[in-house]
Design a protein around this ligand. Structure first.
Ligand SMILES: [Zn+2]
Length: 82
């Protein structure tokens, strides 16, 4: 269940510079933004070592998908509640 990976440099930096409650809200939000591969696989931005906080819109990112093993344009979508 709880197989946490170490934080990326960017994540560590933001956690260090932000007040704790902001850091928690940043992490919670980043975990609910998902990058979806056309093959159906989805991973959260946080899980990929990224940050997405107080952001709007649904950008596309060219990423290597660990599921299908190909570079694909992933749609970044919000999967949480507001
Ligand atoms: Zn894929």
């Amino acid at each position: 269940m709880n197989r946490e990976q170490p934080l990326s440099r960017a994540q560590r930096l933001f956690k260090w510079i932000l007040p704790r409650s902001w850091g928690e809200s940043m992490e919670a939000e980043s975990r609910q933004w998902m990058a979806e591969c056309p093959c159906g696989h989805a991973r959260s931005i946080w899980e990929m070592g990224g940050i997405r906080w107080k952001a709007a819109g649904q950008p596309r990112k060219l990423l290597l998908c660990p599921n299908c093993g190909k570079m694909h344009w992933h749609k970044v979508v919000w999967r949480g509640k507001r």
